[in-house]
Design a protein around this ligand. Sequence first.
Ligand code: 5GP
Length: 120
Amino acid sequence: ATVDAGGLTIFDKIISKEIPSSIVYEDEKVLAFRDINPQAPVHVLVIPKLRDGLTQLGKAIPGHAEILGHLLYVARLVAEKEGILDGFRVVINNGPGACQSVYHLHLHVLGGRQMKWPPG
Ligand code: 5GP
């Protein structure tokens, strides 16, 4: 647990449900909802409800290991729920060089079409 000095992002309003979203999965620790600008037939974002300093993966410290593991497991639950276990991709964009646009850690879960590699 760390003090999070960063400002709020749009995801805080999604967590508080001030901004509506299409929720796919929710528990005490994480929320998974459909991306507003989907890049595949299935495009779900998985986020920690408590950002706790995790503006981006690069800020992770040992104390974040449990939530990081849970986020990845929830990505798998989402893939199962969406029927894409045969082929799905999990992406984390970290920083400007990777086109991160929202500074609250999130996993993209993508599938429902043939995914190309490398992604570009
Ligand atoms: P990033 O580029 O930071 O990896 O991904 C941020 C994602 O958040 C983008 O794919 C973008 O479409 C999505 N996004 C941004 N604002 C909203 C919103 O208000 N609602 C939803 N559902 N997704 C959003």
